[in-house]
Design a binder for this molecule. Structure first.
Ligand SMILES: Cc1cc2nc3c(=O)[nH]c(=O)nc-3n(C[C@H](O)[C@H](O)[C@H](O)COP(=O)(O)O)c2cc1C
Length: 331
């Protein structure tokens, strides 16, 4: 019997393959299908700080139609109709999802500044969420804002979320910090129970004829995994928080690599959007076959075996590999 079990956010899971934050959790049928296909847990799509702040403001001012009322203050903000779930609906959806399936349901909050919206962490927990994923997506465009400002706000946000709930909290991060290892350690110290590597960024293209920025969502492929593998290997064994990978997990071998780099769970979205929920079962079957063929008896015995945490001077090691890679190219 192959032992694929793992621990993540205080939960013992039968295997590491979970469904990442996405529309895949939008309806109960789809959630049930993912459970039937073998998902170990499911992360719901995000509820955004701006959605909550707006709702709270409109309640405070007793306005009926928040979509119209703050057009000036937040002119880029999408109308409430643009969101699949409003704040109140979101909580109801968590409740229904918890009733519909037995696997853990992880709710997702998306915001990066401390504030009253964080009340929703508590409400999500009350609605039955087994854990929270806090997505800190932010693009710092203001030249007056320093990396220190951004990091302090993000860390304070994590602290506030941790103070509002007793359920575990994972933090979904971007790789674009000057000193990511330090930032990861600071989130760890702020109490994050899990670190989710990495957010993918909105990268608009330009339509040169229409003079317009085009907003397209590209699904990933396995090449996106490499950035995650690198940082998992750097962090593994250096933080207390559990490590999750999101971005580029498509196959059983991707799961093996992520586990060797130190991941406790692997999240999947693009592959399921492309191939449907049953792809989960296929990947799990492939995983067992791969492990048997390569004579592993569990995933835990390989977890972190490719970690860089024991490399004495990892900065120099990284430079050396970089130089060798470039110099290795011969015409
Ligand atoms: C259509 C779509 C919607 C998504 N919505 C969210 C979201 O609401 N919150 C979030 O944190 N990530 C969201 N993501 C990002 C995914 O959770 C995931 O991190 C990303 O797709 C990379 O994983 P993958 O390579 O398995 O697709 C979304 C991705 C897609 C494709």
């Amino acid at each position: 019997m192959m032992d694929l079990s793992t621990k993540y956010l205080g939960m013992v899971l039968p295997h590491p393959l979970i469904v990442g934050a996405s529309p895949l959790s939008d309806d109960l049928d789809s959630i049930k299908r993912l459970e039937d296909a073998g998902a170990a847990a499911i992360v719901m799509r995000s509820l955004f700080e701006e959605q909550i702040t707006r709702e709270q403001l409109s309640e405070y001012l007793n306005l009926d139609c928040p979509g119209e009322s703050f057009a000036e203050a937040t002119s880029y903000f999408p109308s409430p109709n643009a969101f699949a779930l409003g704040p109140v609906q979101y909580l109801e959806h968590v409740r229904q999802a918890k009733e519909a399936v037995r696997i853990p349901v992880i709710a997702s909050l998306n915001g990066s500044t401390p504030g009253g919206w964080i009340d929703y962490a508590r409400l999500m927990a009350q609605a039955g969420a087994d854990a929270l994923e806090l997505n800190l997506y932010r693009i710092a465009t203001d030249p007056h804002t320093t990396s220190g400002d951004i990091e302090r706000q993000a860390i304070e946000t994590v602290r506030e979320v941790k103070q509002s709930v007793t359920i575990p909290v994972a933090v979904k991060l971007s790789p674009f910090y000057a000193a990511f290892a330090h930032v990861a350690r600071e989130f760890d110290r702020a109490g994050a129970d899990g670190l989710v590597l990495f957010n993918r960024f909105y990268q608009p293209d330009i339509d040169p004829e229409e003079l317009a920025a085009t907003r397209t969502l590209h699904l990933s492929d396995s090449t996106e995994l490499r950035l995650r593998l690198h940082w998992l290997a750097i962090l593994s064994g250096r933080v207390r928080a559990a490590l999750a990978v999101t971005g580029g997990v498509h196959t059983a071998v991707d799961i093996v690599k992520a586990t060797m780099a130190g991941a406790h769970v692997t999240q999947m979205v693009s592959a399921l959007l492309m191939h449907g929920p049953d792809h989960l079962r296929t990947v799990l079957t492939d995983l067992v076959v791969w492990l048997q063929e390569h004579e592993w008896s569990s995933l835990s015995e390989m977890r972190g075996n490719m970690s860089l945490s024991k490399v004495p001077d990892a900065d120099a090691y990284e430079r050396a590999n970089y130089m060798l890679m470039l110099q290795g190219w011969r015409t």
